[in-house]
Design a protein around this ligand. Structure first.
Ligand SMILES: [Zn+2]
Length: 387
């Protein structure tokens, strides 16, 4: 571990982050940040390419792929992925630093999700190059429209990717402390409940008609929601139906989400929702149609996975007390895995994202570049069996 070199440049890291956070780039409008990154990576000796994902999903630029062959090509490439887009625009960002925290002036988000990682990758790679540390090939993918449902990463052009393994720094929690080895599954569920009569009708003229809302209420009382079991959470968050105050509704739609750390428990809950909807509606002489769609699949990495091993090496080298953690959130790692890339999510220091209170601590910012640098070195040492 003492082979990992670490010469942080806190001032440069902070100014780099502030510069990047100030570049507008909400989803589908990533051109400016993409042009900035192309020029930065080319100045570090990387070859930069873009795919045409924006022609499929919309937007003014595709996903960015930057590749540098490093010093020793006998080691497999290590990938760092992040997203370029921010959930809301960050025009006229005014960064405030106080009490060890970096935040906006309260008028915009800070955009540390995921610009913190964007800056950390550049700083970590710069540290590697200026200290002449031996490393293998490094690849960086900066995706578009992550905030719109991992759209960029889902539409990745595999022919432009070199690496088979990679990290996605896009999760709350501190650098090097949160190593997210277990990521849950997320599936959408759409339920339409139909009463016994075929059409909506005026309540005065339809004596004895069954209101589909009553069936839905009965269903909602019977179905398990919230914390379903130790691995599973379920929610129905949208309800839609009805034509007017005098009309008895013949049907009603409900939309929800089930998340579970295991596929088995996920499937059990999805079946439960379907069974309860069908049996409750059937009890009223009606029926239910239940549709299930994947949002993203989960994964669980073993502790001997090289990504986990190298994260532990980097955290240990930087004296960071690490925890192997689980999450039910989705990130580009889920989409990258569907392209056959062994990817995992890591904590990247941001807090209260998607709000104007978003912040990152200076401690996290300062350690982020050195942590990426330590990971690159750990990846090399691990594959050279020099740990
Ligand atoms: Zn993010």
């Amino acid at each position: 571990m003492d082979k990992i070199m670490n010469r942080p440049n806190n001032e440069r890291m902070l100014s780099r982050f502030i510069e990047i956070a100030g570049i507008p780039g909400e989803s589908k409008n990533e051109l400016k940040i993409a042009e900035y990154l192309k020029s930065e990576y080319e100045s570090l000796g990387f070859t930069v390419k873009f795919d045409k994902a924006n022609e499929i999903i919309g937007g003014n630029i595709g996903n960015l792929y930057a590749y540098w062959e490093g010093v020793d090509q006998t080691v497999p490439p290590i990938l760092f992925s992040c997203h370029m887009d921010t959930i809301f625009p960050v025009h006229d960002l005014n960064v405030v630093i106080e009490d060890g925290k970096v935040h906006s002036d309260g008028k915009t988000i800070l955009g540390c999700d995921d610009r913190g990682a964007v800056a950390a990758y550049l700083e970590g790679i710069k540290m590697i190059q200026e200290t002449n540390v031996t490393c293998g090939p490094i690849e960086v993918i900066c995706s578009i429209s992550e905030q719109r449902g991992l759209l960029g990463a889902r539409n990745l052009d595999n022919s432009l990717v070199h690496a088979k393994d990679g990290y996605v720094f896009d999760h709350d929690g501190d650098y090097g402390k949160q190593i997210v080895y277990w990521n849950g599954y997320s599936y959408y569920v759409d339920i339409e409940i139909f009463g016994p009569q075929k059409q909506n009708g005026h309540f005065v003229l339809n004596t004895g008609a069954t209101n589909a809302f009553v069936i839905a209420a009965d269903f909602l009382k019977s179905v398990k929601l919230g914390d379903v079991d130790e691995y599973t959470k379920a929610n129905l968050g949208l309800i839609n139906g009805g034509e007017g105050r005098t009309i008895v509704p013949a049907s009603v739609k409900l939309e929800g989400n089930v998340r579970s750390l295991t596929k088995e428990n996920l499937d059990k809950q999805l079946s439960h929702i379907k069974d309860i909807a069908e049996s409750v509606a059937g009890g009223y002489g009606g029926h239910a149609v239940v549709e299930i769609r994947k949002s993203f699949d989960g994964y669980k990495l073993e502790e001997n996975n090289p990504l986990i091993q190298c994260a532990i090496m980097a955290s240990t080298a930087l004296d960071i007390e690490y925890h192997l953690e689980e999450t039910m959130g989705g990130a580009d790692a889920n989409a990258l895995r569907e392209h056959g890339i062994n990817a995992m999510t890591m904590g990247s220091g941001f807090q209260l994202i998607h709000t104007t209170d978003e912040y990152v601590t200076l401690d996290n910012l300062y350690v982020s570049g050195p942590y990426i640098s330590a990971l690159i070195q750990a990846w090399y040492l691990f594959h050279k069996k020099m740990t």
